[in-house]
Ligand binder design. Sequence first.
Ligand code: FAD
Ligand code: NAI
Length: 455
Amino acid sequence: MPRKVVVLGAGPAGYVCAIRLAQLGQQVTVVEKEYLGGTCLNVGCIPSKAMIAAGSLLHRISDASAMGISAKEVRLDVLKLVEWKAGIVSKLTGGIGVLLKNHKVDVVMGTGRIASKTSVVVQTKEGAKTLTCDDIVIATGSIPIEIPGFAFDEDKVWSSTGGLRPKKLPEHLVVIGGGYIGLELGMMFKKLGSKVTVLEATGGALPGQERDCVKVIEKSLEKMGIELLTETFAQGFEHKAGKSYVRIKTKSGEDTIVCDQILSTVGRKPYSAGLCLESVGLAVDPKGFLVVDKKMRTKVPNIYAIGDIAGQPMLAHKGSKEGLVAAAVIAGLNEEYDARCVPAVIFTAPEMASVGFTEEQCKEKGIAVKTGMFPFAASGRAMSLMETEGFVKVVADAKTDEVLGVHMVGPEVTELIAEATLAIEMGATCEDIARTIHAHPTLPEAFMEAAEAVH
Ligand code: FAD
Ligand code: NAI
């Protein structure tokens, strides 16, 4: 007998889980309150990467004189760019709708809440609807954090959502938060032509990321003319005559920055408002996450949680993987979340990507390591792309030679990290990587060279 499953939320965790459940013969309903594809497809990964690609293209065209290319009049039509991006989003979200339909997954548009361990009530436009089921999968994702004094009105103060649908190009953009979104979108706006200032609370950009890689990004911010103010907090702002006066507190005192647009990207928080978790004895942890075991089960055995709501890292591919695991478990297969590592990719300029442990993390764990590095400045392919900033760094177990971590900053490293992820997942040694023939001239050769450099 197929199990009846209700999946709450149709982001990359929820829709992937729903489709896999259907493929495994279960009877599935997805409940979605806003849009198929969730944050990722509608206001996250996809639209941001589309706009970043446009920014990079504009920047490359305008900066190719060394190659003998000079473009006289490169103009940007912001509204056209936003329309192009919206077209990609609607193609992809439409595709999700078709996939769900083809797999005979019922889609109910509305806000779901848990009524009991085996029922969900959905508030739809037509009224309340009760769905009974054997299992519930919570995949309700996350929302941006608001800080006091900077409520998102998506006009003067953008969240990432407002930042991805500008009506015009800001003259001077103040970004609060120098993390993933702040740097990806901050660098994009700079490339499109805005002046950009980033306010970061900690001592450097991208806290928590591999520091050697971050140094390259910080240098690049400087080179691009983006001001990064560290140990700086935004206190509030006043808006007068079309300008925002942002009050900041820095190490050296208080100051005011005048700008015409604010983008606040200080992190995201798991979203479970209105789910009525207490009705089944569930509660979130102090950070707002639902605690799950390796089978993605909450402490109520037939209620699962996947994606951003189920813990860090809040990344789309981690959520999708969890969705596949939950689906297999519900279908009765002996499956667990046992990924050795989750790659992280940051679409800055240059790009940054990491997988596995950093050297510091290994030290903390008492693992003796050897490292190897290869700079893109020595790569023929990187030179021909005119993108020689950055390097590949391999962290390996000093005793076994096993690859424990790979950290990259440079051209197309968001693509190159896939090989490193596979290497760690398969337990490859540096010798395995170094002995593998890599096509020439290509960027992945840098990974082979860095692995060789460990020896
Ligand atoms: P979500 O995608 O947030 O989906 C949850 C869904 O649940 C939503 O559609 C919501 O409407 C729905 N929902 C919530 N409550 C209910 C309810 N009660 N009833 C019904 N439906 C409900 N990650 C990457 O890996 N790579 C990137 O490049 C990347 N770029 C990003 C760029 C930006 C600007 C942002 C904001 C995020 C980015 N992320 C990226 C993060 C990524 O978007 C999230 O990790 C991912 O979307 C999480 O997937 P999810 O399915 O858990 O949740
Ligand atoms: P983030 O956690 O990456 O960065 C937030 C930054 O804001 C941190 O550097 C933090 O120190 C700083 N900060 C916090 N409070 C502050 C304050 N009051 N004033 C100044 N700075 C302050 O969060 P972000 O950028 O909002 O992204 C949220 C999440 O979305 C990421 O953590 C990631 O999981 C996901 N994401 C992933 C992307 C990718 O995979 N390429 C791209 C974008 C987002």
